[in-house]
Design a protein around this ligand. Structure first.
Ligand code: HEM
Length: 286
């Protein structure tokens, strides 16, 4: 009896609201909440149906209690963004999306690729001609690489022209520069993998250009070639760099990059900052 009384007086949060932490939930309107979950007042069956509908939210609640994930997620997803943000602010997320596509398609390509000088070309020919959707996935990975390089440059240009590299975001700019270098390293090391004439000679040219760099240049080209000569181990080395070393570093750097984006907040567009400055200058004069 006591239970029923509490049920009838205390409104329950809706399923969507249950996903939000209590401080962000909408307060109940007068007369809302009939004590039967979400208002399916059909006695035991209604409660059963409501219980089943609430199961996903309850599961999220269970996980949240043990991980504290919503605190982090609400901090990230409900953070304040300045007025005037526009499509240019989506370029970072677009780059992230391109990276995720590259990672997923890359895993499928790796299932068929053999990093040996004798078999590499044939394994790619087999993947392209015989494997179901092989050509499509390879095409996505190949064109996706160019898309990611273009996006990373346009995103960098946006942060530069909006002055987002200035105090206090200098460290995020530096992490961004590392991400830019890593993205281009992905393109460079991936180019050799089909091991056809074009990729072979282009890589020789690229490695030689690296060798002309001051001080570290010769060491860098020796490292890339896995020795003084271009040989069989060069391909394994490029594959390891392309598949493990650089993606791992990119994931770590993106983590640090996004942490700083959330911590520092987003830069307001320069024209709005100028407007605010002008307004405060006028206020000071008055
Ligand atoms: C894999 C490459 C990259 C990914 C996935 C990435 C991702 C992101 C995302 C999602 C944001 C927040 C949304 C936005 O402002 O667009 C952001 C912000 C930022 N990124 Fe990147 N980024 C990358 C490369 C770079 C590069 C190359 C630079 C510059 C050299 C850079 C500098 C910045 C800066 C300064 C911000 C803060 C923007 C602000 O406060 O308005 N990022 N990045």
């Amino acid at each position: 009896m006591a239970d029923t009384d509490t049920e009838t007086t205390k409104p329950k949060p809706s399923r969507v609201e249950k996903l939000l932490p209590p401080p962000l939930r909408r307060p109940p309107k007068p007369g809302e909440g009939n004590g039967n979950g979400n208002g399916n007042g059909n006695g035991a069956t209604g409660r059963l149906v409501d219980g089943a509908k609430d199961a996903p939210a309850d599961l999220v609640g269970w996980l949240d209690e043990r991980t504290g994930a919503t605190g982090f997620l609400t901090g990230m997803l409900y953070r304040k963004v300045p007025k005037g943000t526009n499509w240019f602010y989506t370029l970072g997320s677009a780059t992230l999306f391109a990276f995720v596509v590259q990672a997923i398609t890359g895993v499928f390509l790796a299932m068929y690729y053999t990093p040996s000088t004798v078999e590499a070309y044939d394994s790619i020919t087999h993947l392209t001609n015989d494997v179901f959707l092989g050509e499509f996935v390879r095409g996505m990975h190949k064109w996706g690489a160019s898309v990611m390089v273009i996006l990373v440059f346009v995103h960098m240009a946006r942060t530069y022209f909006f002055g987002a590299y200035k105090y206090p975001r200098e460290l995020n700019w530096i992490i961004g520069v590392v991400l830019l270098i890593l993205t281009m390293t992905m393109g460079f090391t991936g180019y050799l993998l089909p091991f056809d004439q074009r990729s072979y000679w282009a890589t020789i040219v690229g490695v030689n250009i690296n060798g002309t760099g001051p001080i570290v240049g010769p060491y860098l080209s020796d490292f890339l070639r896995a020795g003084p000569e271009f040989g069989a181990t060069t391909l394994s080395r490029f594959y390891a760099i392309h598949m493990m070393m650089v993606p791992g570093a990119i994931i770590a750097m993106i983590g640090a990059h996004l942490y700083l984006v959330v911590k520092m907040g987003t830069t307001a567009p320069p024209w709005l900052r100028a407007e605010t400055k002008n307004k405060s200058a006028v206020a000071e004069k008055v």
